[in-house]
Design a protein around this ligand. Structure first.
Ligand SMILES: Cc1ncc(COP(=O)(O)O)c(C=O)c1O
Length: 376
């Protein structure tokens, strides 16, 4: 595998033992600079502050649209993954039918559907996936002619299982397919197609920092979702205050704004995408998969049990969860901390999540730290 370009790697300065990208991805120099420059503009605006950063916002929007393979009007900045999913869920209020989600989804892909159900939205069907494999066969018993939405994580936050979005689309062509891509986008390639909505916060693998995120929306979703949470910035001629509200909702992804868009977050994400482009998402994905496979091997060689629902490379991303025989995961995490390795405990497992900038040697450090548990 070719090494990643120095121009990309030089952007990052996190400690070499940082293995918590599934929680929070340390940001690049370029993201820091983008935020600092934007703060400078709002601190000392040369004129109207929002006009002064308008061109940068356009550049950022273009970067976001390149990342997920859509035209700029099909993508909008959101402050969190949840914000985008809430927009979709509340866009279905009053519609009879159901929404199907895997039962082990991260709560950001659960609460919006439950809150919408309580407010008169579709019934929520949670499908148990005991082997953590989110496949058409597993979801099929819950999907029927009344299913309005199928909502899945691109990559599961504990097992790292990566869903075959294309297979879901082919198996279930009628419902809207909503993808929470936060645990994948930035580590692996993902486009809006073949889904109808793709939402991802920027704080993890995209390395854009909190308060950033994107929501990409296809034509069918725009047609089917009501503008329930569309606010003053999501409408036609929004600055035309002489015409009483409501104005017509925009026919673009910008309809999904409740108020002023998250300008800083958009600039963070734009900068983060430009950093991804220094290496290319394919090269980053290759490096992430290599690092994750090395972590898995390190765990196995140290006698650990890996939570491994995947059967092939395409079902994997950057997350590996494991446990050691007869050791409490909390004790394992704290021992790793002592060895300078930052890991997490999730549902009885220890989770490590390296990125492309993680030095390959970190896998050997993990192995050593784990072997130290049995005096080896
Ligand atoms: C699958 C998944 N979705 C969403 C989130 C976060 O959601 P939000 O960006 O709304 O905080 C996380 C983790 O924090 C996650 O693992």
């Amino acid at each position: 595998m070719n090494p990643l370009p120095a121009a990309y790697l030089e952007q990052f300065g996190e400690p070499s033992g940082y293995l918590e990208f599934a929680s929070t991805g340390p940001v690049s120099h370029r993201v820091r600079e983008a935020v600092a420059a934007a703060l400078e503009v709002v601190a000392c605006p040369p004129g109207n502050a929002s006009q002064a950063i308008a061109a940068r916002l356009e550049t950022a929007a273009a970067a976001m649209s390149r990342l997920v393979g859509v035209a700029p009007h099909r993508v909008t900045a959101v402050p969190t993954t949840s914000a985008g999913i809430f927009q979709v869920a509340f866009g279905l209020l009053g519609r009879p039918g159901n929404v199907v989600i895997p039962a082990h989804e991260f709560p950001a892909n659960v609460y919006p559907w439950l809150r919408a159900e309580e407010a008169g939205g579709p019934e929520v069907r949670r499908v148990s996936c005991p082997d953590y494999r989110v496949t058409p066969e597993r979801l099929a018993p819950a999907v029927d002619a009344e299913t309005l939405v199928l909502a899945v994580s691109l990559v599961d936050f504990i097992t790292g299982f990566r869903v075959d979005v294309e297979a879901l689309r082919l198996a279930f062509p009628a419902p809207l397919l909503v993808v929470d891509a936060i645990q994948g986008l930035g580590a692996v390639g993902a486009t809006l197609e073949p889904a109808d909505v793709l939402v991802a916060g920027g704080q993890k693998w995209l390395r854009a920092g909190w308060g950033s995120g994107l929501m990409a929306v296809g034509e069918r979703a725009l047609e089917r979702l009501a503008p329930t949470l569309t606010g003053w910035c999501g409408v036609e001629r929004f600055m035309d205050f002489g015409v009483a509200a409501p104005h017509g909702a925009l026919g673009t992804a910008h309809r999904f704004q409740e108020g002023s868009p998250p300008y800083f977050g958009a600039l963070q994400l734009g900068a983060a995408v430009e950093v991804i482009e220094l290496a290319g998402i394919a090269a980053i994905e290759g490096a992430v998969l290599e690092r994750a496979a090395a972590m898995e091997e390190a765990v196995r060689r140290a006698g650990g049990e890996v939570l491994d629902p995947w059967r092939q490379r395409s079902e994997r991303a950057g997350i590996v969860s494991f446990r050691l025989p007869a050791e409490d995961p909390a004790a394992t995490v704290s021992r790793l901390t002592d060895a300078g390795l930052v890991a997490a405990r999730r549902s009885g497992w220890v989770r490590v999540s390296p990125h492309a900038s993680t030095p390959p040697e970190t896998a050997a450090r993990l192995r050593e730290a784990l072997r130290a548990s049995d005096g080896d």
